[in-house]
Design a protein around this ligand. Sequence first.
Ligand code: 5GP
Length: 120
Amino acid sequence: ATQPYDSGNIFAKILRGEISAKTVYEDDYALAFHDIAPQAPHHVLVIPKGAYVSWDDLSARASDTEIAGFVRAVGHVAREAGLVGEGYRLLANVGQHGGQEVPHLHVHLFGGEPLGPMLS
Ligand code: 5GP
């Protein structure tokens, strides 16, 4: 089962404005900001505003409105960045085997160059 949400995680602090981030988009459901250690020319993280540990947690507990808002925000961020024509990659690490480091759901958006078969 998904672990309980820890409101002390770094992305919760970004949502509360306690630490800064280079924000690229915000609406009622999501916040998007540049990854601090980019692994591609364009590397943005999109997070839901709700307290969800992971994709598993969101898909199990969030309302349809929150899920739709979050999914739409991810698409919006990619379109606004001009990535749709050349393409891009979305990635959500879940839990220990997924290599998830920050326990607040985040979707990585990678682009700006051909990405190859996978990012490790
Ligand atoms: P995960 O491995 O959990 O999928 O990815 C966590 C991501 O968050 C990593 O790519 C890492 O560089 C990024 N990250 C960790 N701490 C911070 C931070 O304080 N600010 C920002 N903007 N990104 C962070």
